[in-house]
Design a protein around this ligand. Structure first.
Ligand SMILES: [Zn+2]
Length: 279
């Protein structure tokens, strides 16, 4: 089978744990005119259904008539990223689904000529666990630490068997040396670096799922120009993000918020795994 008619040429999978900046990185890449950031594309398998928070699964920014997700998709198969390329006019697809099973499945379905990149975005596990505790105050730190270790191991295993290029980034570097990290990554992916990627806030994108806080700021910026609906945001995050200026700010809240007992529980379970990620 020839792929000469194929418009999607490259798929970039951003993997790692939740609360690690994957949505932020995806939105930065998606501000490039050659890139379609799909968000967590596994949500495409449940478009129009109601998620665990009572929201209808669909584009985070278009109330209706989304040019990417607004019309029915063909049956699941190798063509998801090709559909995105045809609907967006962009030959790069970026998928920030973190479930390793989905990434394995999608990568295996891609025609051989398609470039596949894996970007592992890591963050200090204490920050990840603290974000989880903020979202689910009744969760046990030890449980969240175990989940983080398991996800990091699954992701490391994926990176070890990955048939394409693997880039390892740290959220903390992305947030503080954004231009350097992004321009280096862009070169690895075969993309030209554009300043627009640093100022992605008002760009027009169509992601599914992912971090609500970052996308809320984008919706606010875009609302200044259009009549976009705002992204639904739960109350615990609202105060933080409403006061958040539209710049990249390194989030180190865990250093103040995490209790001694939570830190001890984390260290006992995840201290060793966290050593290369500790910041
Ligand atoms: Zn949309």
């Amino acid at each position: 089978m020839t792929n000469s008619g194929r418009r999607n040429k490259t798929v970039v999978f951003i993997c790692g744990a939740g609360h690690s900046g994957t949505t932020l990185l995806g939105l930065m890449l998606g501000a490039h005119p050659a890139v379609c950031f799909a968000g967590e594309a596994w949500n495409s398998t449940r478009l129009g259904t109601t998620d665990a928070h009572g929201r209808t699964v669909g584009c985070n920014f278009c109330a209706d008539g989304c040019p990417v997700w607004g019309s029915p998709l063909p049956p699941p198969g190798p063509d998801l990223y090709e559909v995105l390329a045809r609907r967006s006019g962009r030959s790069f697809a970026v998928d920030s689904t973190k479930a390793v099973g989905w990434i394995d499945q999608q990568a295996a379905l891609l025609p051989g000529a398609v470039q596949r990149h894996l970007v592992m975005l890591a963050r200090d596990g204490r920050a990840v666990v603290n974000s989880g505790l903020r979202k689910y105050p009744d969760a046990r730190p030890a449980e969240l630490a175990s989940e983080w270790v398991a996800q990091i191991r699954r992701t490391e295993d994926l990176a070890a068997r990955w048939p394409g290029t693997v880039s390892r980034l740290h959220y903390e570097d992305l947030a503080t040396h954004t231009k350097d990290v992004l321009s280096h990554l862009s070169a690895t992916l075969g993309l030209s670096f554009l300043p627009a990627m640093l100022d992605f806030w008002a760009s027009v994108q169509h992601p599914l799922g992912g971090n609500e806080g970052t996308q809320h700021i984008m919706a606010r910026e875009r609302a200044l120009r259009t009549a976009d609906r705002t992204v639904a945001l739960d109350r615990t995050k609202r105060a933080y993000y409403l006061g958040h200026p539209p710049t990249i700010v390194l989030d180190l809240r865990w250093r103040e918020e995490m209790s001694e007992s939570a830190l001890r529980a984390f260290d006992a379970i995840a201290g060793e795994t966290n050593a290369p990620y500790a910041r």
